[in-house]
Design a protein around this ligand. Structure first.
Ligand code: FAD
Length: 426
């Protein structure tokens, strides 16, 4: 049985690992020359409720990608405003390690392979068409194309193509394959109803910091630098994807995190103002290159799906990552990707698909995101274990825990220990 995965971000990679472990032949098709998509400029893991979700994944038998990130953590248990026990991982080192791991499992990876259309047979996708005119057939499909760009969208809903890590001018635009199969996409909205939202952080090279500031950051992992009052722009918070960082502290200060490259926790910020801050006199942006003026626009499209990640209206197609709803984060993409990849195999075998119980944070966020979509402001809420609405919910429901033993016990009691390790094809 062959599972075809379109998009090699964290969502697609997690889906590939899960489908492979379940026993399928797996191929990833990625439009750029790198795995991990926008995850190449992230690095914050295990902050707030992401800790619980990461430990759940490990206990469920799907901790492979969490372990790679953990192995690359350069700072552990860092606190920064409203965020506790974050692990900061060196994203400059992770992509080759994920690539090597996937290949070692026998997953085939095709780069510079941009899917542009699908061929259907009834309610099933039969094959996917690529830009180079090749056609690939599969028994099951996982769409993990993300929700960012293309540059037309970044121009229409943002401040232009900002030259981010997705590099649309070179590799071509994102394509929503479920939309090509006739399923209507759901776009996310900002507070004022505008479609999409700006990514919430930029990166600057570590060598552009003053030696004193770099030394401090290497020691502590995070620093908070005060912005002079005339340069504070609170309005910008409303346009930010990351509702967990849309807080006053993030507008009144420049918050830097050491994730290999230096993460600046703001969507965009004029370079001349950035350079007024002590230690940042020589700063320049490396992602996005136009971080002084804008950032990539995300949450432009999501696919209607069930709580097993199956696309509503398609019998053999599953969806993962940001494309599966308004999820933010590497951990969130790994959770939805794992479920999508595993269920793609179950479904092809004629087995019942797995819906994780709501006593797990993964099961609950997947179901809650769907429920929330049907409420009046549902398209304006983003979902992450790391803050904002969903983290509050986790705490209220008593699902938040940083006790590994307790999390593991919860999964064992539910009879789900190692469920994603099981081979389904004999
Ligand atoms: C600047 C920035 C900083 C971030 N920082 C963090 C952080 O510190 N911690 C954290 O947890 N999260 C962070 N996030 C969020 C997190 O990275 C994302 O939510 C998550 O990685 C999304 O994964 P994904 O697989 O759903 O999508 P993507 O990463 O967008 O991957 C989609 C992939 O599909 C490919 N693709 C699209 N269309 C096609 C097509 N037609 N054919 C073939 N391939 C296609 C794309 O090239 C891409 O590689 C950050 C995001 C950004 C933008």
């Amino acid at each position: 049985m062959k599972v075809v995965i379109i998009g090699g971000g964290w969502g697609g990679c997690a889906a590939a690992v899960a489908a492979k472990k379940a026993g399928a032949e797996v191929e990833i098709f990625e439009r750029t020359d790198l795995l991990l998509g926008v995850g190449n400029v992230g690095g914050i893991m295990r902050n707030n409720g992401r800790y619980t979700a990461a430990e759940e994944l490990i206990s469920l038998g799907a901790g492979d990608l969490i372990r790679i990130m953990d192995n690359n953590a350069i700072h552990k248990n860092i606190d920064f405003p409203q965020h506790k026990h974050a692990w900061l991982c060196d994203v400059s080192k992770v992509e080759p390690q994920v690539r090597e791991y996937l290949l070692s499992l026998g997953i085939k990876i095709n780069f510079t392979s941009r899917a542009i259309d699908v061929i259907k047979e009834g309610n099933k996708i039969k094959s996917v068409k690529f830009y180079d005119k090749s056609i690939v057939e599969g028994d099951a499909f996982v769409e993990a194309t993300g929700s960012t760009g293309s540059m037309d969208n970044c121009t229409k809903y943002g401040n232009g193509c900002v030259m981010c890590v997705l590099r649309c001018p070179t590799y071509g635009m994102r394509v929503s394959l479920s939309a090509k199969a006739g399923i209507i996409d759901i776009p996310g909205e900002r507070g004022d109803g505008t479609i999409g939202a700006f990514s919430g952080s930029c990166e600057i090279p570590r060598e552009s910091l003053s030696p004193e500031l770099l030394k401090e950051l290497e020691k502590t992992g995070s620093v908070i630098l005060k912005i002079s009052p005339e340069d504070v722009n609170l309005d910008k918070l409303n346009t930010k994807v990351c509702q967990q960082y849309a807080l006053k502290e993030f507008a009144e200060n420049i918050i830097l995190l050491d994730t290999g490259h230096i993460k600046v926790m703001t969507s965009y910020y004029p370079i001349e103002k950035l350079r007024k801050i002590k230690g940042l006199e020589n700063a320049r942006y490396m992602d996005p290159y136009s971080g002084g003026k804008g950032n990539s626009v995300r949450y432009l499209s999501s696919t209607p799906r069930g709580d097993d990640m199956k696309v509503v209206g398609l019998d053999n197609t599953f969806v993962a990552g940001e494309k599966a709803g308004f999820f933010i984060g590497h951990t969130e993409a790994m959770c939805t990707g794992t479920l999508a990849g595993h269920n793609a195999v179950r479904n092809s075998l004629g087995m019942d698909t797995l819906i994780l119980p709501r006593k797990t944070v993964i099961g609950d966020i997947v179901a809650y995101a769907n429920e929330r979509l049907n409420t009046s402001d549902g398209k304006r809420v983003r979902h992450t274990f790391s803050g904002a609405e969903y983290f509050e919910r986790m705490k209220t429901l008593g699902l938040y825990s940083i006790n590994n033993e307790e999390i593991n016990k919860r999964i064992e009691t539910l009879g789900l220990k190692g469920v994603f390790e099981n081979t389904l094809i004999s």
